[in-house]
Design a protein around this ligand. Structure first.
Ligand SMILES: Nc1ncnc2c1ncn2[C@@H]1O[C@H](COP(=O)(O)OP(=O)(O)OP(=O)(O)O)[C@@H](O)[C@H]1O
Length: 240
């Protein structure tokens, strides 16, 4: 029997230095309404994290702060140790484009483009040549089990099919984190479960972390960890 080598070679990636995303003591107010009141949360690389909690508790606001869409009034968000809250708007949008993917409740696909063009779009924006972007987009539609919608526009496909295209579009650039706000909220439970299964399987394959807001325990059941938000703070965390 050969002993396993004790040393690592130069090609071994370094062990992760810590969590991928760290939010500390976030405060956000919209006029007189407090949305976040000291929310803190960490997200590890590759983990599926569900944000749960009552309506109006601050889940979407927390997601928007984590994703660098909204700058908190106070507190910090760091991605791989880089302070996102201190970045300029241009730096934050560059970070979002290069490292993050997004899925919303209603796919928010571009209605004038075919589903294939929608999925290819983030690659085209990243400078990938047209032919390669489209062939990768078709692979992703296959992976999400909707090859037939490639040439259809979003208005010509079902809600579940459109949401699969939205998941494909979010993952096609192989982002480090996908943020999803009620990704199955507009689907019936059978469709919602299938979309979640495919979403989680694809994210695990690419190594993307997923942060998702959901009301549905059946959707949260696909996560590795649930964080419960109440009154603008993360109150408890349960490892699945
Ligand atoms: N753009 C905004 N302008 C004014 N108030 C807002 C805005 N966004 C959120 N709020 C308020 O901030 C609080 C937190 O909202 P948020 O959407 O983060 O909660 P949530 O937990 O995601 O709710 P839901 O589950 O109903 O989507 C709520 O009281 C909400 O009304």
């Amino acid at each position: 029997m050969t002993a396993a080598p004790l040393t690592t070679d130069a090609t071994t990636p370094p062990a992760p230095a810590g969590p991928l995303l760290v939010a500390r003591d976030l405060h956000v107010a919209f006029g007189p309404t407090t949305a976040l009141a000291g929310a803190s949360l960490e997200v590890d690389g590759g983990e599926i994290l569900a944000l749960m909690g009552p309506s109006g508790s601050g889940k979407s606001t927390l997601l928007h702060c984590l994703a660098g869409i909204l700058r908190p009034d106070d507190g910090t968000v760091a991605f791989e140790g880089r302070d996102v809250t201190a970045m300029s708007d241009a730096e934050r949008s560059a970070l979002r484009r290069s490292e993050y993917g997004f899925v919303f409740q209603f796919g928010q696909l571009v209605p004038e483009l075919t589903c294939e063009e929608n999925v290819a779009l983030p690659l085209r924006l990243a400078g990938v040549a047209r032919r390669e972007a489209h062939s990768t987009a078709r692979e992703w539609l296959d992976r999400l089990e909707v090859p037939d919608i490639a040439r259809k526009r979003p208005g010509q496909v079902s809600g579940g099919q459109a949401q699969r295209a939205a998941v494909a579009r979010a993952l096609v650039t192989r982002p480090r984190v996908v943020f999803a706000d009620e990704p199955t909220g507009a689907l019936d439970s059978l469709n919602g479960e299938r979309v979640m299964q495919l979403f989680v399987a694809a994210a695990r394959e690419t190594g993307a972390a997923v942060v998702l807001v959901t009301h549905e325990p059946r959707v949260a059941a696909y996560s590795d960890r649930e964080a419960v938000v109440r009154d603008g703070r993360v109150r408890e965390q349960v490892r699945a």
